[in-house]
Ligand binder design. Structure first.
Ligand code: DHB
Ligand code: FE
Length: 280
């Protein structure tokens, strides 16, 4: 059976890509953030995943406001990054794991999740930045991917409870997969931030701390607020924590332990956070 080696969570601010390409990792503004990745590199080198299930959100590259799937799952052989206007260089393509995608899709539909299946899907900074942070300077990405895009952008948004259940259903699908892959779960985005409106620049350290303290030991604690209450606490874009909650669900219901955390305010407009968890 495949092995879930653990989970990696990180913010996905586009400016991080700019800092990488300008070599600013040691600058005082960036160092406290990038220093949080030494442990990530060490851990990934140790657990050696070959597949990543990635929970992220599309920011308008695939789905615009006229068509917005709540949960979209990639089933492509390859995923390309495209120009979103952030001025970042384009990333090398990401190989898909189509058989595993279809296995998960079939299992989710059987479990009554009405997902959107995407045989073509572009990936934006929400996937490329976390990959570049995790595997800097590699010629080819060392993992194949199964990407999930959760609607964190256009109301009505899914509830945190539903996102946790989605992740748990993905875990169930992985339990019946007969391959012998080493699987890492990835959740991207957050933590608190708001890019627009009257509260632009809003950050909530207390809520972020609550989320990070509970995600490993009691993820259900993150699912008791309504989605509007979450927007109020996390900010309009801080609801990207839904990706983290789904990813935590995909780790399964057996105990997990937090093995690393870094939290730094601000990176661009965002309370930037990085975590690692593995089976206890
Ligand atoms: C920023 C954060 C995001 O999550 C995003 O998708 C785009 C920009 C920011 O803080 O600049
Ligand atoms: Fe984002």
């Amino acid at each position: 059976m495949a092995e879930i080696v653990g989970a990696y969570f990180t913010s996905h601010v586009p400016a991080i890509g700019g800092a990488i390409h300008k070599g600013l990792q040691q600058e005082p503004y960036w160092k406290p953030f990038f220093d949080g990745f030494h442990k990530v590199h060490e851990w990934l080198a140790q657990v050696k995943p070959d597949v990543a299930i990635v929970f992220n959100n599309d920011h308008g590259l695939n789905f615009f406001l006229d068509k917005m799937p709540t949960f979209a799952v990639g089933a492509a052989a390859e995923y390309h990054n495209a120009d979103e206007g952030w001025g970042l260089p384009l990333y090398k393509p990401f190989a898909g794991h189509t058989e595993l995608s279809w296995h998960i899709i079939n299992s989710l539909v059987e479990d009554e999740f009405d997902i959107t299946t995407c045989q073509k899907m572009l990936v934006d900074h929400a996937l490329s930045i976390p990959f570049e942070l995790a595997w800097p300077d590699v010629e080819a990405w060392p993992v194949k991917i199964v990407p999930f895009a959760i609607n964190t952008v256009q109301h009505p948004l899914p509830s945190a409870k539903r996102c946790l259940a989605l992740g748990q259903a993905v875990n169930k699908a992985l339990q019946s997969w007969t391959g012998d892959e080493r699987i890492v779960i990835i959740g991207t985005g957050g933590l608190s931030h708001q890019l627009d409106g009257e509260r632009a620049g809003f950050i909530n350290r207390d809520y972020d701390t609550f989320c990070m303290d509970n995600l490993s030991v009691d993820p259900a604690a993150l699912t008791t607020d309504s989605i509007h209450e979450m927007v109020r606490k996390a900010g309009t874009q801080g609801v990207e924590v839904l990706n983290w909650i789904a990813a935590r669900g995909a780790l399964g219901q057996a105990p997990v332990q937090e093995i690393h955390r870094n939290y730094h305010i601000p990176i661009s407009n965002t309370a930037a956070a990085t975590m690692l968890m593995e089976p206890a």
